[in-house]
Design a protein around this ligand. Structure first.
Ligand SMILES: NC(=O)c1ccc[n+]([C@@H]2O[C@H](COP(=O)([O-])OP(=O)(O)OC[C@H]3O[C@@H](n4cnc5c(N)ncnc54)[C@H](OP(=O)(O)O)[C@@H]3O)[C@@H](O)[C@H]2O)c1
Length: 269
């Protein structure tokens, strides 16, 4: 509905419905990995609030079933490190809901905090499998469905450590896997633009979650985070959710191939 405000000289048309429509995902089917906790769970709830039917994916089936029940979605338990099984995920979602038009790759983990010179090869491989190869395989698997409907949005969740080194928290393979997502994002965006499939990455700074809980338990680490974050408040999952909603909906329809950093200014210093 259009309303007007301002003085006689400066009348501004406010079309609240048009603004809301930009974020409306009514009827679209989405897959969110890493949805059993943390940022992925928040993203799944937000996409459902915007009208999407969401398939929530991770290993912990009990958590997924509970979340899917609350948001009217579909729980799909899957170990994304098992790359031979990742291909079965998208057909299961297409059958249980409908073919997906949105994919958010939020599942990820850090398997070692050894310094770079000592990272065991096994940990490096596990990191790459889960954080980089699984998102790539899932993107390949959703591609035919998105091409068929002539639109799609993929958002990968990386990290600021894919862009800058983080002093004091060794994470070489994790950083490489997250930087890899940005390279993959740009390349897929260019290859698939002709089908109106958009591919972007959101790079979070520091947020409380299971993966970061040791940091938030230490007053010294908390002080380190505060000192290095220009914005005065701690980031919350809502800050990531806002960026994802923008990128998957019509509000972001001309944005592709980008890595959007959400870090309270950490990398701007
Ligand atoms: N929190 C931060 O400060 C921060 C900063 C930068 C980037 N990130 C990135 O944000 C994403 C979400 O992390 P988070 O902070 O929300 O951490 P989190 O609470 O630990 O969530 C990680 C999610 O990934 C899932 N997952 C882990 N291994 C999996 C596997 N093998 N197969 C399927 N699912 C798996 C976990 O579920 P199950 O255990 O049930 O499988 C969980 O749902 C990650 O990609 C992380 O790298 C987070």
């Amino acid at each position: 509905m259009a309303t007007f405000c301002g003085g006689r000289e400066t009348r501004v048309a406010l079309d609240r419905d048009a603004a809301a429509r930009m974020f409306d995902l009514d009827g679209r089917v989405a897959i969110v990995t890493g949805a059993s906790s943390g940022l992925g769970a928040s993203v799944a709830r937000a996409l459902a609030s915007a009208g999407a039917r969401v398939a929530v994916v991770a290993r912990r089936r009990d958590r997924l079933t509970e979340l899917a029940g609350r948001i009217g979605g579909l729980a799909v338990a899957c170990d994304l490190s098992d790359l031979d099984r990742v291909g079965a995920l998208v057909p299961a979602v297409a059958e249980g809901l409908e073919p997906p038009e949105i994919l958010v790759n939020a599942a990820g983990n850090m398997f070692t905090t050894e310094r770079a010179e000592s990272e065991p090869l096994d940990a490096v491989r596990r990191t790459m499998d889960l954080n980089l190869l699984a998102p790539f395989l899932l993107a390949q698997a959703v591609f035919p469905h998105m091409r068929a409907v002539g639109r799609g949005a993929i958002v990968n969740v990386s990290s600021i450590s894919g862009r800058v080194g983080i002093p004091g928290i060794p994470q070489a393979s994790y950083a490489a896997s997250k930087a890899g997502l940005s390279g993959l994002t740009a390349e897929l965006a260019v290859q698939w633009a002709r089908h109106s499939i958009r591919v972007n990455t959101v790079a979070p700074g520091f947020f409380r979650s299971e993966i970061t809980s040791p940091l938030y338990e230490s007053e010294r680490a908390l002080e380190y985070l505060r000192r290095n974050t220009p914005l005065p408040t701690e980031g919350t999952a809502d800050d990531i959710v806002g960026a994802v909603l923008w990128l998957v909906g019509d509000a972001g329809r001309y944005v592709t191939g980008q890595t959007v950093v959400v870090d309270g200014g950490w990398t701007a210093r």
